[in-house]
Ligand binder design. Sequence first.
Ligand SMILES: NC(=O)c1ccc[n+]([C@@H]2O[C@H](COP(=O)([O-])OP(=O)(O)OC[C@H]3O[C@@H](n4cnc5c(N)ncnc54)[C@H](O)[C@@H]3O)[C@@H](O)[C@H]2O)c1
Ligand SMILES: [Zn+2]
Ligand SMILES: [Zn+2]
Length: 363
Amino acid sequence: MKASIVRGYGQPFEIADIDIATPIGREVLVDVRASGLCHSDELAATHPLGYEPPMVLGHEVAGVVIGVGPDVSEVKIGDHIVGCLVQYCGTCKRCLAGKVTLCSNPSYTERSVDQPPRLSENGQPVAQGMALGGFAQQILVHENQVAVVPNEIPWPQAALLGCGVVTGAGAVLNTANVQPSDAVVIIGTGGVGLNALNGAITAGAATIIAIDIADEKLERAKKFGATHVINSAKEDPVAAVLRITGVGADSVFDFVGLGPVTQQALQMVAPGGGLYLIGVLDPTATLTVSPVELLSMKRRVEGVYMGGTSAKRDIPLYANLYLQGRFELDALVSSEISLADVQDGYASLKNPEIARVVVTDLS
Ligand SMILES: NC(=O)c1ccc[n+]([C@@H]2O[C@H](COP(=O)([O-])OP(=O)(O)OC[C@H]3O[C@@H](n4cnc5c(N)ncnc54)[C@H](O)[C@@H]3O)[C@@H](O)[C@H]2O)c1
Ligand SMILES: [Zn+2]
Ligand SMILES: [Zn+2]
């Protein structure tokens, strides 16, 4: 099958003809119909994040089940599914408590070293990014990493559910548990931040403040339902948030992850409120926190991984809200490209008019 492969950190995505194994155990073979370009894969293509090249990345993926291993019980051939990078065993203490993003045995969804690799090229193993490898015509994944969605949801919108949507909306709904009377701040209204906006709308948050440095992004945020927008390149965002809210925001979500941005974000948090860290634009960024200030203001600072999602619950939930017209996904799909154009697609994400790019031509 055709896949978009990365042969070395910093080398371009290029088309290769690779082999995919047949399903064993609880594995599911999926014919890919759409695969979104998430920033985390661009990071994984250029920095060692746990996968050794050659590797197939891509983790916002949707498609049709075309094969199942003998022990699969949760999906069947013909199901429309969305993949999710959250790997979990389903039987450890944390999984049993419903906290699958904290699973203590995430490699459970991978093949072991003594089994033949899922992906190979000329007999040599090819790494499968996030145990998905979605930039390919097919994926072979553990059934724990797929959620079944209604057939009516279009493919590109479905693909986005797997990462950008669960991460953004989940931070608001699962982690911060935003309430209707709350004021929330969303910093960085890109592909993931816009889904925090979707989450804040779903929660009914009274005040939704979007902050970005690009007016085009803020215009889009307004269309998604932001009640206030702030261009932090033009005005002091801390002063603006305090002016709008009086005391600061109950929840501040940082989808950027640059030291100075996160430092400002902390100052926007109301007494008793929380700062939620999601963005990793600068993986070396640090945050200076005064414990005394933190305790006197009764503030929380929390890192959020994948929106604390339980994908098999959340992905069908957001898909159904979308189909009911209550969750905006259409405006996230800015362009559809072919598998051969992943490299150019990542370059196009620098254009502020673009929210998300999705591979839908897998021929
Ligand atoms: N924690 C997780 O589990 C998780 C999961 C998925 C993605 N991510 C990370 O979330 C982040 C957001 O992803 P995305 O796909 O939405 O990226 P994106 O590029 O689409 O969005 C980032 C936004 O931040 C804005 N921005 C950049 N610098 C800014 C600044 N100084 N001040 C204010 N806004 C600024 C950009 O204009 C853009 O709108 C990335 O770092 C990604 O790697 C984290
Ligand atoms: Zn992602
Ligand atoms: Zn587990």
